[in-house]
Write a protein that binds this ligand. Structure first.
Ligand SMILES: C=C(O[C@H]1C=CC=C(C(=O)O)[C@@H]1O)C(=O)O
Length: 413
């Protein structure tokens, strides 16, 4: 949609004393109070967050993953690991938009023009002290003990030894009390400050709940200069004080684990008969206090026969990648369904804006290093790629480390 089709609402004089973050909070409060879905995000390397409010939950239900071409509708994708009635796939239409880089304007699409009178009145009202964040209507997921996680890892290693899978990514959930007065927006700001290279997000939708995260992993990106980008991210070790990422040494296990993810991406390109791509890496990269191995894949969309559909086709083939499911995909997902013992919901799904910054710019990330905000507690999620050499104690430890990325905002004792 062009800028001229958007209706721009100015902030009234009554809001003159509110700075840009206070205005974002006020808009979020209004969306939550009227039961609408919203997404707030800060893209890697960018200074300012954006907010998007969808006119309704019903308008946000979707079937297929979004199309990543410039003709596709603008919105924010929020997809579960597995699509189901409990965890519907959402594409929040970009009905109301607020960009902190342009704090004087609230933009509304024609599809949401019936919101304009209420929104105009809301902008002039004093800010609320409390925000009514949406909470999931699903039961709290089972939180595995170390003994249960050990049994899951052993079952995964046995499945690899029995050759039913080559790799599987086991995961678990953990419950933590929310500190008194926990404020998801303040936590979002803290994550944005702490992890400048992450995709930091806060999504809240009726029934679905409120999810906060700082993801290091691009799933599918289409950039303004016509490039498609994805990455193979896997292998984990702590970033030790004084150690530079480029000096990290990796064990055979992590090298293999990451190579499988890279191989999976190449197999997706092959399915689309795409030979012309740039592969860089693997290189060691830092994500918070962790190091990973990463290979980047770039395709110049100006030099492929199907530029409009390549991003869309790749997204549909990639999710869920072998960095969160395993390989081969179908038996790895069947293993998880049978053995994991809890509902991942939106953890290891994907999320991000499509055609919001401008038509033709999409940035989708894997929903990792995330937590779900419930009424009195947070649910943390993390997984580990297993290979034949996996040691259950190390894998448990690795999930603990991964959970610390986002649990930093809970200020646990
Ligand atoms: C599954 C997760 O991370 C993936 C991404 C990077 C490294 C991973 C690993 O070392 O196992 C995982 O594949 C998670 O953070 O929950």
């Amino acid at each position: 949609m062009t800028g001229s089709q958007l209706r721009h609402l100015p902030w009234p004089a009554a809001a003159a004393a509110l700075d840009a973050p206070a205005r974002l909070r006020h808009l979020a409060a209004g969306a939550l109070r009227t039961g609408r879905p919203l997404a707030i995000w800060r893209e890697p390397g960018q200074e300012h967050p954006r907010l998007l409010v969808a006119r309704s939950l019903e308008a946000s239900y979707t079937g297929l993953p979004p199309a990543l071409d410039e003709q596709a509708p603008a919105g924010f994708a929020f997809f579960p690991f597995r699509d189901s009635d409990h965890n519907p796939a959402l594409f929040l239409p970009a009905d109301v938009r607020y960009d902190l880089a342009q704090p004087e304007i609230v933009a509304v699409t024609p599809a949401a023009r019936e919101l304009v009178p209420g929104l105009t009145a809301w902008l002039a009202l004093p800010p609320l002290a409390e925000l009514a964040w949406h909470h999931s209507t699903q039961p709290v997921p089972h939180s595995a003990t170390e003994a249960e996680y050990t049994a899951l890892v052993r079952a995964g290693v046995a499945a690899i030894a029995g050759k039913s899978v080559v790799k599987v990514v086991s995961s678990r959930a953990a419950r933590r009390p929310l500190p008194p007065g926990f404020d998801p927006l303040a936590a979002f700001a803290e994550l944005s400050e702490k992890y400048p290279r992450a995709f930091v997000s806060l999504v809240s939708a009726p029934g679905v709940g409120t999810w906060l995260g700082a993801s290091p992993e691009v799933l599918a990106e289409v950039t303004a200069d016509g490039q498609f980008h994805t990455m193979a991210l896997a292998g984990t070790q702590p970033l030790k004080p004084g150690l530079l990422p480029q000096d990290a040494i990796w064990r055979q296990k992590e090298i293999e684990e990451q190579a499988l993810v890279a191989r999976y991406i190449v197999s997706c390109f092959k399915q689309l008969r795409l030979r012309d791509y740039q592969e860089t890496g693997p290189r060691t990269v830092a994500a918070g206090q962790l190091l990973h191995l990463r290979t980047d894949f770039e395709v110049d969309l100006r030099h492929v026969p199907n530029p409009a559909s390549l991003g869309t086709d790749m997204l549909r083939l990639l999710h869920p990648t072998s960095a969160v499911g395993g390989m081969p995909k179908i038996p790895a997902l069947a293993f998880l369904q049978q053995h994991e013992g809890y509902d991942r919901a939106y953890y290891s799904g994907f999320l991000g804006p499509v055609n919001v910054a401008a038509p033709g710019i999409s940035r989708l990330f894997v929903n990792l290093r995330c937590l779900q905000v419930r009424a009195t507690e947070a649910v943390l999620y993390a997984g580990t790629g297993l290979t034949i050499d996996s040691d259950p104690a190390r894998e448990w430890q690795e999930t603990q480390m991964k959970m610390q990325t986002v649990s930093a905002v809970l200020h646990e004792a």
